[in-house]
Design a binder for this molecule. Structure first.
Ligand code: HEM
Length: 198
């Protein structure tokens, strides 16, 4: 077996995912005044506290995730460019997908989007929470928070789909963090080569 995800990476992924889902549920409930949802949290005030502190957990978890993904997410090569040209092989079985490293460029850009819009949504949330008396901060924060929320609502379900049903076997990386050596050689040949396993 080969270890792709460390234990702290797996734990932090689930903190990031759990807080993100909690924030999405409570965020939707605020947006559409979903009373049964706020009642489930013990009323709108408690739900606001859950949302605000959930945002703090999300922000810290996002910062911690930098040590796991940012180095890979900032490195691209000619195979990555070719990967985009064949859309990762998702649109046709006739194309040849170039050999990949530990992450494909779709995953790398997904991570960068999560960092950029995650920081934006967290900072704008703090702005609305702590600077209620400043009209400019409130206006800008509402705008940034809403735009970032739209990005999350589109990107995260796509990520969940790709990490589960669309790529069978991938999900276990976020449970055990390991995969069989032959599978790792087939899916991440450049990473395996760099690790001296090929
Ligand atoms: C709750 C449902 C989720 C599932 C089933 C899921 C599944 C996965 C899986 C299987 C991987 C490993 C992919 C690989 O190593 O090849 C992964 C990685 C990752 N996940 Fe999730 N995830 C979920 C939610 C989230 C959320 C909500 C976020 C961020 C807000 C997130 C951020 C990431 C990041 C940044 C990575 C590393 C880069 C990548 O592989 O795309 N995940 N996830």
């Amino acid at each position: 077996m080969v270890r792709k995800s460390s234990i702290d990476e797996i734990l932090n992924h689930w903190i990031l995912a759990g807080s993100c889902i909690l924030l999405s549920i409570t965020g939707f409930a605020f947006l559409f005044h979903l009373e049964p949802v706020s009642a489930a949290f013990g009323g709108p005030n408690t739900m606001k506290d859950v949302h605000n502190w959930g945002g703090v957990v999300f922000g810290l978890s996002l910062l911690y995730s930098l040590r796991h993904y940012i180095a890979d997410a900032l490195e691209y090569d000619a195979d990555d460019l070719q990967w985009f040209k064949v859309a990762g092989g998702y649109l046709s079985h006739k194309v040849t997908v170039p050999p990949m490293g530990k992450y494909n460029p779709g995953q790398k850009l997904y991570y960068l989007a999560i960092v950029v819009f995650g920081v934006a949504i967290a900072l704008s949330g703090l702005g609305m929470w702590l600077m209620k008396d400043n009209a400019t901060v409130m206006l800008l924060s509402h705008l940034v928070h809403s735009v970032s929320f739209i990005v999350f609502v589109i990107a995260v379900p796509v990520h969940i789909y790709l990490g589960t049903v669309a790529n069978p076997g991938t999900f276990k990386l976020m449970i055990s963090g390991t995969l069989p050596l032959d599978e790792a050689k087939r899916r991440y040949p450049k990473w395996m080569k760099a690790a001296g396993k090929m």
